[in-house]
Design a protein around this ligand. Sequence first.
Ligand code: FEO
Length: 132
Amino acid sequence: MALITWTAEQYATNVAFADDEHKILFDKLNKLYDLATGGAERNEIGRALDGLIDYVVEHFAHEEKEMQAKNYAGYVAHKAEHDALVGICAGLQAKFHAGEGDVTEDTGALVKGWLDSHIPTFDKAYADVLNS
Ligand code: FEO
């Protein structure tokens, strides 16, 4: 079963690029979670982990560029949230590739919990400004 399922009710920001990218991000997270909890080869899990983190960084950069372009008042607090997750991801990634950590059910729950909080609270808040 998928770790996270995009529904408009829970996750729609009504900003087209953000909703599209969130769906891709969820797909990448689900793929990683299925590999990691399904006994896949470590190399394959590592590639999925790197791909997910690369995409998260790309998505955050896109949002930040759009927020800056509109002089969005919530930019600084929003970027701080992004930076915090990127820091957590970088730590997980370094430990995984050093053979000192694994992607586990807890890892999936942590990232899902972050998205469950961040998208409705921070991403939905920029909709009016970014669509203006
Ligand atoms: Fe869609 Fe602020 O992350």
